[in-house]
Design a protein around this ligand. Structure first.
Ligand code: GTP
Ligand code: MG
Length: 132
């Protein structure tokens, strides 16, 4: 069974979308393996978003993801990485299709409700960062 790392970001938790998002994962046949509410440390944020270091939005991204509680999850199932990304929708909520998590609950690029690993390799790395 493939595993992926997904995380409901501070705006998703603050705006009360946790239950609905978990529900969508379960309805899609994905299994919640681990789930924890808590803060992201500065160190975890920088490790998770290392690929974006130096980009204009990087500092804002790090301070946003550490700004309030998130829900960290390991989710498993057939094609879990791609399934999770397709449930999430496009990175920019303004371009995300209705029916996707970002399309339904997101407003702006900087606060886009949810994170999901972009490959099985990223998933393994990110699970190590958040569930060490
Ligand atoms: P994550 O699941 O959060 O990793 O999003 P993603 O894989 O869909 O996008 P990506 O990894 O490319 O970017 C990580 C996060 O940085 C995004 O979720 C956005 O919040 C933010 N981001 C990416 N590109 C831009 C940009 O051009 N401008 C701004 N303001 N934010 C961006
Ligand atoms: Mg990404």
């Amino acid at each position: 069974e493939q595993k992926t790392y997904t995380m409901i970001k501070p705006d998703g938790v603050r705006n009360g979308h946790v239950g609905e998002i978990v529900n969508r994962f379960e309805r899609a046949g994905l299994k919640i393996e681990r789930m924890e509410l808590g803060m992201v440390t500065d160190e975890q944020a920088k490790a998770n978003y290392a690929e974006h270091e130096g980009k204009p939005f990087y500092d804002g991204l790090i301070s946003y993801i550490t700004s309030g509680p998130v829900v960290k999850m390991v989710v498993s199932g057939d094609g879990a990485v791609a399934k999770c990304r397709s449930l999430m929708g496009a990175t920019n909520p303004a371009e995300a299709a209705p029916g996707t998590i970002r399309g339904d609950f997101g407003l702006i690029m900087d606060e886009n409700v949810i994170h999901g690993s972009d490959s099985p390799e990223s998933a393994e790395r990110e699970i190590g960062i958040f569930f060490a």
